[in-house]
Design a protein around this ligand. Structure first.
Ligand code: RP5
Length: 181
């Protein structure tokens, strides 16, 4: 039926549908309702000229697709995965269990419990299967961390990160100066 066809096309996408530029970062999230938060990660990566792909991958609603995505990410050239989810946020941990790639988890604040549920679901991983967890809704930091990870083997990217930090510092200093006047 319709669902099977959709599932098949999604699974195919994980292996065939390669974009022209090989994405280095995979941004995935449990639901399209996570997109308003997770789009910040794509924005930061664009600023750093790091090619990424954005996909809805649900650990609970599309487990086969999650499995296929995580297992194929490495051979498709993905180097870091950013995974956002809310509530019973199992996606980042399950993906980390399936791939040797670094996984950064973004706890998304769901409608109840203020995101504490998401945070604890993502951060409390068992020894041996790490997920680098950022603050609730902080997809920006997830992308910045991905840039730093990639920067460890990419001098050009690391100097861009140093420049980014200088720019942030200058912003604060300029604001401080304005206050003093
Ligand atoms: C999680 O459940 C998603 O990551 C999302 O944060 C939350 C709610 O999803 P929807 O019911 O809005 O699709 O799986």
């Amino acid at each position: 039926g319709v669902v099977e066809a959709r599932l098949k096309s999604m699974l195919r996408e994980a292996t065939d549908g390669q974009p022209a530029v090989t994405p280095r970062v995979g941004i995935i999230m449990g639901s399209d309702s996570d997109l308003p938060v997770m789009k910040d990660a794509a924005k930061v990566l664009r600023e750093f000229d790091v090619p990424c792909e954005v996909r809805i991958v649900s650990a609970h609603r599309t487990p086969e697709w999650m499995y296929s995505y995580a297992l194929s990410a490495r051979e498709r050239g993905i180097q870091v995965i950013i995974a956002g989810a809310g509530g019973a946020a199992h996606l980042p941990g399950m993906v980390a269990a399936l791939t040797p790639l670094p996984v950064i988890g973004v706890p998304v604040r769901a409608s109840t419990l203020d995101g504490l549920d998401s945070l604890l679901s993502i951060v409390q991983m068992p020894r041996g299967v790490p997920v680098a967890t950022v603050a609730v809704n902080n997809a920006t930091n997830a992308a910045l961390l991905a840039v730093r990870i990639l920067g460890a083997g990419d001098v050009e990217l690391l100097s861009r990160m140093a420049q980014y930090q200088e720019d942030r510092r200058d912003e604060v200093l300029i604001k401080g100066e304005k206050l003093e006047k």
